[in-house]
Write a protein that binds this ligand. Structure first.
Ligand SMILES: O=C(O)CCC(=O)C(=O)O
Ligand SMILES: [Fe+2]
Length: 360
C-alpha cells in the first residue's frame, strides 16, 4: 500500500483508479541542455478544492453541482458528495496552533515505544528519535552484536533490541561512513513512514495485534477525534478512538489505493487529519474500476469516512513539496524558536496524516 512514485505496482495498470494515480503522481524530467530535474506540471482542473467550495458557500450560500453542505449542528460547515454517501470533508477545521501542536506530537511523542514505526523491523525500538535529530546524533550498531542481529532477522522477529542500535555523537560513530552499521538520525526521521498509536496495527497480517504492548490513544487526541467524528456518527452514539495510524510523506511518496476494512463496525468513521504540505486525495468506488474523484487536502482539513465510504478505495497519489504549491510557509513560520528549527525544516517538505479509528 505504501510506495514511492518510482516503484508502483504494474499488474493493475489498467484500472480507473490506477489511471488517476498515474495522472497525479510526481514526474520529474530533465530539461535538455540542463542537468536540473524539473517537476512536470499537473492538470488540476478536475480536482475539487474544498477551500474554494467553502468560500463560495460563505459568500453566495451555494455549492457546486454534486456537492452539498451537511445539515448538522457541527460548529463548522461540513461538505459531502451527493454520490459518495458516508464521506465528509471539513475544510480548515484545525487552527494553525492546533496544526503545529499535532505536527510536534507526530514527530516527538507518537513514534516513541511502545508505539511501533516502520523502523522497528530493522532497528528495534528507537527512543527519542527527534531529540537525536536536534542534537545531530547517529544511530550506531555495536560491532559485536552483528551475529545476534542476523539470528533475529532470520527468525522473523522484528524486535531487534539485541542488535543494540544506540544513538551516539556523530564524531564517535565508528567507522565513519559505514552505512550498514550507522545511520544519521535526520535520515531516520526522513525515512519515518508510519507510526501506530493505541491498538497496534500489524501490517504483515493487515490486522490489529491486541497482544502487542500499547498505550491508550493520548487523551487530547481522543477528545479531538470524538469532537471531529460527530458529523458522521450514528445518532446518540459517541466515537471511541482505539487506534491511530500516523502516515509521514516526503517528496515523491504516495499512498496507493486501498480499503481500511479491519475495523469491526463500519458505521463508525475513520477520522483523518491532514498536516503540512498540500496533497491530492483520490476517493474511488467499491471497485478499482470506478473512476475516483480527486480533491486537494490542506493542512488542517479533516476527512471522515463512514458507512458506505468505508468500502471505497482511496489513496494519496501526490504531495506538493515545492514552495509554490505546498502552501505550508505560514505553518512553518510557527516553529520560529531555535528548538523548533527541525520541525520547521521537516514540515516544509513533508505531509503528516493522523487517522483515528474505533476498532471494536
Ligand atoms: O493520508 C491520507 O490522507 C489518507 C490515509 C489513509 O487512507 C490511511 O492511512 O488509511
Ligand atoms: Fe485509508
Amino acid at each position: 500500500m505504501y510506495g514511492s512514485s518510482a516503484e508502483l505496482p504494474s499488474d493493475s495498470d489498467r484500472t480507473a483508479f490506477r489511471k488517476a494515480e498515474k495522472k497525479y503522481k510526481l514526474y520529474k524530467t530533465t530539461a535538455p541542455k540542463s542537468r536540473k530535474k524539473q517537476i512536470q506540471t499537473v492538470d488540476l482542473s478536475e480536482v475539487y478544492d474544498f477551500r474554494s467550495v467553502l468560500q463560495t458557500f460563505e459568500q453566495e450560500s451555494r455549492t457546486p453541482p454534486g456537492i452539498f453542505k451537511l445539515r448538522s449542528d457541527f460548529h463548522l460547515p461540513v461538505f459531502c458528495f451527493e454520490d459518495r454517501p458516508g464521506f465528509y470533508f471539513i475544510p480548515g477545521a484545525l487552527s494553525i496552533e492546533e496544526q503545529s501542536h499535532w505536527i510536534g506530537e507526530s514527530l516527538t511523542s507518537f513514534p516513541q515505544p511502545p508505539n511501533r514505526t516502520n523502523h522497528n523491523a530493522i532497528y528495534g525500538s528507537i527512543h527519542d528519535l527527534f531529540i537525536a535529530v536536534q542534537s545531530g546524533k547517529v544511530l550506531t550498531r555495536a560491532q559485536n552484536t552483528v551475529v545476534d542481529a542476523q539470528h533475529d532477522l532470520h527468525s522473523g522477529q522484528d524486535n531487534l533490541d539485541a542488535c543494540k542500535w544506540t544513538f551516539s555523537e556523530e564524531s564517535e560513530s565508528i567507522p565513519k561512513r559505514d552505512s550498514c552499521n550507522s545511520i544519521v538520525a535526520s535520515t531516520l526521521l526522513r525515512k519515518l513512514r508510519w507510526s501506530t498509536l493505541g491498538l497496534q496495527f500489524d501490517w504483515s497480517k493487515r490486522n490489529y495485534d491486541v497482544s502487542l504492548p500499547h498505550n491508550k490513544i493520548p487523551d487530547a487526541l481522543c477528545r479531538l477525534a470524538k469532537k471531529l467524528a460527530a458529523p458522521a456518527m450514528p445518532v446518540g452514539e459517541e466515537f471511541q478512538p482505539e487506534a491511530a495510524i500516523v502516515n509521514y510523506f516526503g517528496s515523491g511518496d504516495m499512498l496507493g489505493g486501498h480499503l481500511d476494512d479491519m475495523e469491526a463496525d463500519w458505521s463508525k468513521p475513520i477520522v483523518s487529519i491532514s498536516l503540512g504540505c498540500k496533497a491530492i486525495f483520490l476517493l474511488g468506488g467499491k471497485s478499482r474500476e470506478e473512476t475516483p474523484v480527486a480533491m486537494l487536502l490542506r493542512s488542517g482539513d479533516i476527512v471522515l469516512m463512514a458507512g458506505q465510504a468505508r468500502e471505497c478505495f482511496h489513496g494519496v497519489p501526490r504531495i506538493f513539496t515545492d514552495e509554490e504549491n505546498a502552501e505550508v510557509s505560514i505553518l512553518a513560520s510557527q516553529f520560529s524558536c531555535k528548538d523548533d528549527r527541525c520541525l520547521a525544516e521537516y514540515i516544509r517538505t513533508s505531509r503528516i496524516n493522523i487517522n483515528i479509528r474505533q476498532v471494536n
